[in-house]
Write a protein that binds this ligand. Structure first.
Ligand SMILES: CSC[C@H]1O[C@H](OP(=O)(O)O)[C@H](O)[C@@H]1O
Length: 382
């Protein structure tokens, strides 16, 4: 179950609360999530005491973003273990909560493996729970460190591709501290450029239908003080045509062995526009997002989400009587069906570079990615 704690105060000014944190109050350990579906209007925390509550939070995107899903999944296994629930059931439910971001499975399996290693070795469940929690904490720390290293490698790549600074970066969806144990992936690179005085502007795609860009990236950009401008997704083409984009920076949810990149829907059209306009298309993701066991883009399961996310504008503070399942404000005739893939897949030949904590891969080839995984602590999914 999950309780909600609304935070008073000036919610118009983002406070930069952590996307998630583990707490151990007297009544028992909890995973506290900043409910991202309520941002930017409200900073509301969800307190999860079991895996089912966390599964629902993942499915509703209260907690989201590939690297953070891995961290949350690992803590979810630990939560089940320390509270004495069925850990194997919890791991299975968490791993299948969303299919595309490979990090979720990586995080869940890492904590579950730590738990099973103790139990299968005859250790007591309390020690096994401690091992699962230690694995979750370790992954959380590693993700924060990876974020910082990606920012360094990413800024160096921008400076190499475009000497002189004044970078005008277009980004899609949300890839900041709300998807990470640190400052994020692609957004962390833009943040590093801003801090170095080499970001002229961040162009922020609103990212329909759930508006991660308008609601979350703008929220993080405002906190940082960087120059940023929001645009509708379908306005991006005219920005490229006007020569206003120096590079595209996006995250990733799964990178297949051949370098195909699954990312928020709308990323593939940006890659095509970037190629047509001779603009670098740069993917920023931790090595845990590379999945050697997924051979190519056609093998990536793309999450299909409910149609009401397209046919309604969801305004949580404005429940609408008679609205469809989503409880939003209809923008299409009731009964309209909608095509709503959460992600799309960009082929490797349209990706200029993949920036990871282990360095930059460019060109993006099967061999280069295999070498990257061999260099890192990548947990292979089999
Ligand atoms: C770098 S992880 C952020 C990644 O996750 C987003 O998807 P969602 O908001 O559905 O979790 C999007 O694909 C971002 O690029």
């Amino acid at each position: 179950m999950a309780d909600q704690y609304a935070h008073s105060g000036d919610n118009k000014r983002p406070t930069g609360m952590p996307a998630l944190r583990w707490e151990e109050p007297p009544e028992g350990p909890v995973l506290v999530l900043l409910d991202q579906t309520r941002l930017p209007a409200e900073e509301v925390e969800l307190v999860c005491t079991d895996a089912p509550a966390l599964v629902e939070a993942i499915r509703s995107l209260a907690v989201r973003g590939a690297p953070l899903l891995g961290v949350a999944g690992a803590y979810g296994v630990a939560l089940a273990a320390v509270r004495g629930y069925d850990v194997d059931d919890a791991a299975a439910a968490l791993e299948s909560a969303r299919p595309t971001a490979v990090n979720l499975a990586v995080g869940v399996r890492r904590a579950h493996s730590a738990y099973r290693a103790v139990v299968d070795g005859g250790g007591d469940p309390r020690r096994a729970a401690g091992a699962a929690l230690a694995a979750a904490r370790q992954l959380h720390q590693e993700d924060a460190e990876a974020s910082a290293r990606m920012a360094v490698h990413g800024l160096a790549l921008l400076d190499e591709l475009m000497p002189g600074g004044g970078h005008r970066i277009l980004t899609h969806c949300n890839t900041g501290s709300l998807v990470s144990g640190g400052e994020g992936t692609a957004f962390a690179v833009a943040l590093a450029a801003h801090r170095a005085g080499r970001l002229r502007r961040l162009w922020v795609d609103e990212t329909r239908p759930l508006l991660q860009g308008a609601r979350l990236t703008a929220y993080e950009a405002a906190r940082s003080g960087m120059a940023y401008t929001l645009l509708t997704d379908n306005a991006a083409g005219s920005l490229f045509a006007a020569g206003e984009v120096d590079a595209v920076l996006v995250g990733a949810d799964r990178i297949a062995a051949d370098g195909s990149v699954a990312n928020k829907v709308g990323s593939y059209p940006l890659a095509v526009l970037a190629r047509y306009h001779h603009v670098p298309f740069i993917v920023v993701a931790p090595v845990t997002t590379v999945d050697p066991s997924t051979p190519d883009g056609a093998s990536i399961e793309v999450e299909q989400r409910p149609g009401h996310e397209v046919t309604e504008i969801t305004a949580p503070q404005v429940p609408v009587a008679g609205a469809e399942a989503g409880g939003g404000i209809p923008v299409a005739p009731l009964g309209t069906t909608a095509y709503n893939p959460a992600f799309d897949v960009t082929p490797p030949e349209l990706v200029t570079a993949v920036v990871t904590e282990e360095g930059v891969v460019s060109p993006v080839t099967t061999e280069a990615l295999a070498a990257l995984c061999a260099r890192s602590r990548q947990v292979t999914i089999s």
